[in-house]
Design a protein around this ligand. Structure first.
Ligand code: FAD
Length: 401
C-alpha cells in the first residue's frame, strides 16, 4: 500500500464492522435526510436558493463539526461516522452535502489540526453550533490543479497582513461567515511560501461575485472572492507562516474522502430510483426488471457501487487513524467518482424517456454527480498522486502494489 510502509502498519485487518455509535449516527442522519432534505432537493435545484434550513437542521442534529472533540463543543465522532453522514446526505440532496463537506472538512478540520489552542477555543464553538459557516479559498483564475502557483499575496504590516488577490469557484461564497484563504507570503516560487489565513466575511475589502450559473449543485453557491487590501490580524494566521501548502494539501486529503462519499451517495440514490422504477414499469407484458438487459444494468451498477463504497470506507478509516493515506484516498476518489459518472447516466436509461424529465430526480443526479470528478482535485490529479506512490515503491524495490 501507499507510502512504502508495511501492510500491517496500514491497518490491513479484515474487520468490516461499523461501531454501534457509527451505525446509530448513520440511522439518525438517514432519517433526517429522507424526511427533510430529499423532499426539498428538487425545489432548491430549481430556485438555486441557498438551503439555510438544511444547514440549521444539520447544526441542531450535532452534525456540523461532528468530529470536533467535546471540549470545543463537538460530538467527538469518528471520521468514518462523518463519511457515513456525507453519503446519506448526498443520497438525499447533493447540494446540502457539499455545503456540509466544505464546512466540516475544508474549514473546521484544518482549524482542529493546525490551529493553536487559543484559535480552537475561539473559532470552533460557533462553527459547530452553525452560527458561523466556513469556506475554503485556494483556487484562483489562473491556478487550479497547480494550486501552489497562486498569485494572491499577503504582505506583512504592523499587527498582521494585508491580502490582495482573487479566488475562484468558492463554495459557500458570500453565504459563509469565515474564509480560510491561502496567500503567497514569499517571492521564491521554489519555496512555495504560502500562508493560511482565517478571514471573516465582514473584513473591509472582502467582496464576492454573484453565484456562478452551474450545470449541477445549483443551490450550493459558488462565487469569486475578491480581496482588495484586506487586513488580517496576526492572530488569524493558521499554522506556520510560509507553510500554508501543508495546510492546504492535508486538508484536501480529508476533503477528498468526503467527495468520494458524495459520489457513492448520489450513485446509491440513482440505483434506488432505477430499481424501484424497473419493478413498476411494464413493457412487453412484464415489469422491465424481468428483462435481462435491465437486470444487467442494475447488477453491474450495484457491484461497482459496493466496491467504491468499501474503498471509501477504508480511506476514511485510515484518515481517522491519523495514517497519512494520500494515495489510498486518491484511489477512492478516482474510483468512486468514475464509477458514479459511468453508472448514474446508465441508471437514467432504465427510466427511458421519463429519465429525461424533471418529474424524476434522475436528471438532477446526472448533473450533480459530474463535479465529483473535478473538485478537490480532478481525476487526472488523482492519477498523478497514485502513480507517484507506485513509482516510488517500484524504485525502492518494495513492489508496486
Ligand atoms: C462547483 C465547484 C466548487 C468548487 N469549490 C471550490 C472551493 O470551495 N474552494 C476552492 O479553492 N476551489 C473550489 N473549486 C475549484 C476546483 O477545485 C478546481 O476547479 C479544480 O481543482 C480544477 O482546477 P481548474 O478548474 O483550474 O482546472 P485546471 O487545473 O485548469 O485543469 C484543466 C484540465 O487539465 C487537467 N490537468 C491539469 N494539470 C494536469 C496535469 N499535470 N496532468 C494531467 N492533466 C492535468 C485537469 O485534470 C483538467 O482536466 C470548485 C470547483 C467547482 C466546479
Amino acid at each position: 500500500m501507499g507510502g512504502g510502509t508495511g501492510r500491517e502498519e496500514r491497518g490491513e485487518s479484515m474487520d468490516f464492522a461499523l461501531s454501534e455509535e457509527e451505525r446509530s449516527i448513520r440511522a439518525a442522519i438517514r432519517d433526517l435526510a429522507e424526511r427533510e432534505f430529499a423532499p426539498r432537493a428538487a425545489e432548491y435545484d430549481r430556485t438555486g436558493e441557498f438551503p439555510w434550513d438544511n444547514v440549521r437542521l444539520l447544526a441542531e442534529g450535532g452534525y456540523l463539526g461532528m468530529t470536533v472533540p467535546p471540549r470545543y463543543g463537538g460530538a467527538g465522532a469518528s471520521f468514518l461516522a462523518f463519511i457515513l453522514c456525507m453519503e446519506e446526505v448526498a443520497r438525499a440532496c447533493a447540494v446540502t452535502s457539499v455545503i456540509f463537506e466544505v464546512h466540516n472538512s475544508l474549514h473546521i478540520e484544518p482549524i482542529l489540526r493546525f490551529g493553536s489552542e487559543e484559535q480552537r477555543e475561539r473559532f470552533l464553538p460557533p462553527l459547530v453550533r452553525g452560527e458561523r459557516l466556513g469556506a475554503f479559498c485556494l483556487t484562483e483564475p489562473s491556478s487550479g490543479s497547480d494550486a501552489a502557483a497562486m498569485e494572491t499575496r499577503a504582505v506583512e504590516v504592523a499587527g498582521g497582513f494585508r491580502l490582495r488577490g482573487q479566488k475562484s469557484f468558492i463554495t459557500n461564497g458570500g453565504q459563509a461567515h469565515e474564509y480560510l484563504v491561502f496567500a503567497r507570503t514569499g517571492d521564491d516560487p521554489g519555496r512555495r511560501a504560502v500562508t493560511a489565513f482565517l478571514v471573516p466575511r465582514d473584513s473591509p475589502g472582502l467582496s464576492f461575485g454573484p453565484p456562478e450559473a452551474k450545470m449541477g449543485l445549483t443551490a450550493s453557491h459558488t462565487t469569486q472572492v475578491y480581496l482588495d487590501d484586506v487586513f488580517v490580524p496576526a492572530d488569524r494566521l493558521l499554522g506556520e507562516r510560509d507553510h500554508g501548502m501543508r495546510v492546504a494539501l492535508a486538508t484536501l486529503d480529508a476533503g477528498r474522502v468526503g467527495i468520494a462519499a458524495q459520489a457513492v451517495g448520489i450513485a446509491q440514490a440513482a440505483l434506488d430510483t432505477a430499481a424501484r422504477y424497473a419493478l413498476e414499469r411494464r413493457q412487453f407484458g412484464r415489469p422491465i426488471a424481468e428483462h435481462e438487459g435491465v437486470q444487467w444494468i442494475l447488477a453491474e451498477m450495484a457491484a461497482d457501487l459496493e466496491a467504491a463504497r468499501w474503498l471509501v470506507y477504508r480511506a476514511a478509516w485510515l484518515q481517522g487513524q491519523g495514517i497519512r493515506a494520500t494515495e489510498e484516498i486518491a484511489k477512492a476518489k478516482l474510483f468512486a467518482s468514475t464509477m458514479a459518472n459511468v453508472h448514474v447516466p446508465r441508471a437514467l436509461r432504465v427510466l427511458g424517456g421519463y429519465g429525461f424529465l424533471k418529474d424524476h430526480p434522475m436528471e438532477r443526479y446526472v448533473r450533480d454527480v459530474k463535479v465529483t470528478e473535478i473538485y478537490e482535485g480532478t481525476s487526472e490529479v488523482m492519477k498523478m498522486l497514485i502513480a507517484r506512490g507506485l513509482m516510488e515503491r517500484t524504485r525502492q524495490g518494495t513492489g508496486a502494489g
